[in-house]
Design a protein around this ligand. Structure first.
Ligand code: HEC
Ligand code: HEC
Ligand code: HEC
Ligand code: HEC
Ligand code: HEC
Length: 218
């Protein structure tokens, strides 16, 4: 007696083949596409801006904290870009005749915001959250490089999926004490392995499942 119609076997074979093909395609997508020069094209290239705002001057020389302009990074998903009022809190008194600041003064007078060009721009299908990282020991420098030394900002890391996962699979190799989040030029101690384990407990990070697809694709 035949339990399945003869056609079913062929259907099963085709679906196994199709399944294998999809797997190969997905793996190819993730591991080949992810490393292509295209996805890294932005890394390392300074982005032109409507005003020559220099992090090197404001952060390193003037020692203004990142928080002065990007405070929401501590708590919220977006770090945010400061508005014209934030600039004018100083520049209504400092360098008032500077030509470089002309667009800032115009924006202040007209109320039209300055339109900054994005340096980082994750794909729409990726969920990211600053606050979670800042509160769990990941320094700004770990993801953005030496912003404090950049006249114009560029993307220092590839921001590919493989790059995110390198840390999500082993956060203990990268996390820092809470008072080093805003440190630039941080040197991890030689016993990072020991410190890392300690910090996992302190921040109550459970690396189990941090690489699951739904964490970043929701
Ligand atoms: C006085 C205000 C100010 C301070 C202080 C400041 N920033 Fe910025 N930041 C800006 C402005 C304005 C932009 C948008 C223009 C640009 O990209 O240069 C920006 C852009 C950025 C970007 C790129 C955003 C994008 O488009 O993807 C990063 C990353 C960044 N800042 C990190 C930092 C870090 C880290 C610090 C501390 C070392 C810091 N900033 C301090 C004003 C500030
Ligand atoms: C906490 C104070 C402070 C804030 C906030 C601030 N700046 Fe400045 N900025 C300074 C100081 C101080 C200088 C150096 C002035 C000088 O050299 O005479 C400067 C210099 C500059 C210069 C160079 C001016 C020149 O002619 O050389 C630009 C451009 C500039 N700032 C843009 C901005 C923008 C855009 C913002 C807002 C995103 C901003 N600044 C926010 C303090 C500040
Ligand atoms: C775990 C990595 C990571 C850390 C840590 C991190 N950032 Fe970011 N940052 C990103 C990514 C990824 C983006 C792009 C987000 C997007 O395109 O949606 C970004 C974007 C930004 C932007 C552009 C505006 C925005 O909110 O998208 C600014 C400004 C910024 N970061 C500043 C900071 C500052 C300041 C710190 C430290 C307090 C920091 N970042 C820590 C990964 C990080
Ligand atoms: C240097 C380490 C590091 C890097 C790089 C990193 N992450 Fe994370 N990520 C963490 C840690 C640590 C946590 C917190 C885990 C916890 O709370 O248990 C986290 C948590 C998250 C969460 C969970 C947020 C929530 O709501 O619970 C998301 C989403 C996330 N990361 C996305 C990303 C993406 C997307 C990238 C790449 C653009 C990235 N991360 C890069 C270390 C990192
Ligand atoms: C830690 C965060 C994170 C996790 C976890 C994660 N992804 Fe991604 N994924 C990303 C980022 C970031 C990109 C965007 C890469 C880019 O633009 O180069 C991405 C892109 C993709 C893409 C589009 C291909 C591409 O290169 O843009 C696919 C498909 C994908 N992920 C599938 C998965 C699957 C399946 C899993 C679970 C095994 C997973 N992701 C887990 C962060 C993550």
């Amino acid at each position: 007696m035949q339990i399945f119609r003869p056609g079913v076997n062929t259907v099963a074979k085709i679906s196994i083949l199709a399944g294998a093909l999809v797997t190969v395609l997905v793996l190819n997508f993730l591991f080949v596409q992810d490393r292509s020069p295209y996805s890294r094209a932005r890394a390392g290239i300074a982005v032109a801006q409507p005003v020559r705002f220099s992090h090197q001057l404001h952060s390193d020389q003037l020692n203004i904290s990142c928080n002065y302009c990007h405070a929401s990074a501590n708590e919220y998903a977006y770090a945010g870009i400061p508005d014209t009022h934030t600039c004018m809190s100083c520049h209504s008194q400092i360098a008032v005749y500077s030509e470089l600041l002309e667009p800032v003064r115009t924006s202040y007078e007209t109320g039209d915001p300055l339109v900054w060009n994005k340096v980082h721009d994750l794909a729409e299908h990726v969920y990211f959250n600053h606050g979670v990282h800042v509160q769990n020991g990941v320094g700004c420098e770990t993801c953005h490089g030496r912003v404090d030394q950049m006249a114009l900002v560029w993307q220092a890391e590839t921001m590919t999926m493989a790059w995110c996962l390198e840390c999500h699979f082993a956060p203990e190799d990268f996390i820092r004490p809470a008072d080093e989040i805003f440190t630039f030029g941080y040197e991890p101690p030689i016993d990072q392995a020991v410190l890392g384990e300690q910090l996992l407990e302190e921040y109550e990070i459970n690396p189990e499942g941090l690489g699951d697809c739904w964490v970043c694709h929701r």
